[in-house]
Design a protein around this ligand. Structure first.
Ligand SMILES: [Zn+2]
Length: 320
């Protein structure tokens, strides 16, 4: 009797962050084995590549490397996906780092590198909330705000690979200062960092709120988590700030929608844990400002399928 060899179609995905590297052996959207190691960014480019290679070897320990079609990397920052060069990654202090080439040399395997939000967008497209759509936006709400776009069946990259920097759309030229140095960006209003800054500003000018007790008067301890806790306990300032952040988000989404006419807009990221406080307002403002002819009603805004593994699964999907 002939022995039939069972072939597996594995690929490896890496989520490269400033503090940790998560490598996962994947079969489609399923993570077979995941390894997480500290990035040790202080060891420089070669040091980080060594850690990435180690994480990959550990993740592939139980399988034949011949069954792994390649390694996809999702890196925070600006990435040239054609060359695998990380053009600029402020969290790792990298400029023009040839990551794809270095990792490929270390592991003798094909490597592709993309921006991490685009990798997450790919995961939603292939396996998640974007499955079956050819035009959609994937917005990631976290400490900052990022986004990826699929337009006419392709990931949008832009001529210098910075398409989709929705966090830096200007909503109010006289608004609060953003991390990028400009005033009134979406990120300054609606990101985790933006919400924290607004709460701190209100506390510093003496506005009453239970947040003051929750952080024992130490403003450095104000976080999105604490603001969410206060909002759940009925604190009116926390609720107001979150509601306003939703209104600014809705305005930005309306602008994005007017410009690109996507079938759906997917919202994901850690801040969605507080969606009950900002999403209703975001929906109201979005529908107030979108072109009526293009408004798809409540179907327009949907939640991401993946919570935390989207960048890893999407990176692996570069080879599946
Ligand atoms: Zn900005």
């Amino acid at each position: 009797m002939l022995k039939r060899k069972i072939r597996h179609d594995y690929s490896l995905g890496i989520d490269l962050g400033g503090t940790k590297i998560a490598a996962g052996l994947c079969e489609g959207a399923k993570i077979i084995r995941k390894v997480v190691l500290p990035t040790s960014a202080s060891t420089g480019f070669e040091g980080v590549v060594d850690v990435m290679a180690q994480a990959c070897r550990n993740a592939m320990a139980d399988v034949n490397e011949k069954d792994v079609s390649g390694i996809g990397v999702g890196a925070a920052g600006q990435v040239d996906s054609k060359t695998g060069v990380v053009l600029y990654a402020p969290n790792l202090k990298w400029k023009n780092a040839p990551l794809g080439e270095a990792l490929s040399m270390a592991l003798k395997m094909p490597v592709r590198v993309v921006n991490d939000v685009r990798a997450a967008t790919l995961a939603e497209w292939k396996f998640g909330a974007g499955k079956g759509f050819s035009c959609f936006a994937n917005i990631f709400l976290g400490t900052g705000i990022g986004s990826g776009f699929v337009m006419n069946g392709a990931l949008l990259e832009g001529v210098t690979n910075s398409a989709g920097e929705i966090g830096h759309i200007c909503l109010d030229p006289e608004g609060p200062v953003c991390g990028c140095g400009h005033k009134g960006c979406l990120e300054a209003f609606s990101s985790g960092r933006g919400i924290e800054t607004e709460v701190k500003r209100r506390l510093a000018r003496g506005e009453g709120s239970s947040i003051r007790d929750l952080v024992a008067d130490d403003l450095k301890k104000v976080s999105a988590l604490v603001i969410g806790k206060a909002a759940r306990e009925g604190d009116s300032m926390a609720i107001k700030v979150l509601r306003e952040s939703g209104a600014w988000l809705g305005l930005a989404l309306a602008n994005v929608h007017t410009m690109l006419n996507p079938q759906i807009i997917i919202l994901g990221g850690g801040l969605m844990a507080l969606k009950e406080f900002f999403l209703p307002e975001a929906r109201v403002v979005l529908h107030r400002h979108v072109l009526p002819v293009a408004d798809r009603g409540n179907e327009l805004l949907v939640e991401a399928h993946f919570a935390t593994e989207a960048a890893l699964i999407g990176s692996a999907a570069l080879f599946s």
